[in-house]
Design a protein around this ligand. Structure first.
Ligand code: GLN
Length: 195
């Protein structure tokens, strides 16, 4: 049976996720395709969902305006695998350190936006990720960090003492941009959450 994996397509790095998902699905032997999601009825067709990077405040606002917001929360609670990258990582959190915005709040963690400071707005670094044999080349663009997780979340990667990747059951938060590294391993790990 063909399945659909959704990518929220209101703003941000959408086509890059669609491109790497195509490869990751093929490599995992999954028949189906990635589809962009703009309306809540499109969400009903997917068995997994990615919330891409971009500007979290803008994405949050557009999710609310398009009725997607509440439906994503419901489906996330029902067990839909959801991966949020960069701005998507921010949106999955329950709390942000400073600026208040409407968050999906699905993962019991706190995030700090743009947390690497001005000098390090964008950088690349090889990181060790729990479950991956070799380091992953992480591309960070005004990335958030996860400042706190409850014991419901498993920490998957850090840079120094900063948490940059975590998982809570069906949900994965990634502070960087795995869709830009020409490496399908994070997307493949995410797809393996599909039941
Ligand atoms: N700094 C952005 C935010 O907090 C995220 C940047 C990104 O997704 N590359 O929304």
């Amino acid at each position: 049976m063909d399945i659909n994996v959704g990518v929220i397509a209101v703003q941000g790095a959408v086509s890059e996720h669609i491109g790497i998902l195509k490869r990751a699905m093929k490599e995992n032997g999954i028949e189906g395709k990635p589809i962009p999601i703009r309306k809540s009825n499109e969400l009903e067709k997917v068995v997994a969902l990615i919330i891409p990077g971009g500007e979290s405040t803008a994405i949050s606002k557009q999710l609310v305006e398009s009725d997607l917001f509440d439906r994503i929360v419901e489906r996330g609670k029902e067990g839909l695998p959801i991966m949020g990258t960069c701005a998507g990582c921010v949106l999955l959190a329950k709390r942000t350190v400073r600026k208040k915005m409407k968050l999906l709040g699905l993962m019991d963690m706190t995030v700090e936006r743009n947390a690497f400071g001005r000098q390090r707005e964008s950088f690349e670094q090889d990181i060790d990720i729990c479950g991956l044999e070799r380091p992953f080349h992480g591309i960070f663009i005004r990335a958030p960090i996860i400042t706190h997780v409850s014991d419901k979340c498993k920490i998957l990667a850090r840079i120094g003492d900063k948490i940059i990747m975590a998982k809570q059951k069906n949900l994965m938060a990634v502070a960087f941009h795995p869709e830009l590294s020409n490496d399908t391993r994070i997307h493949r790990a995410f797809l393996s959450l599909i039941k």
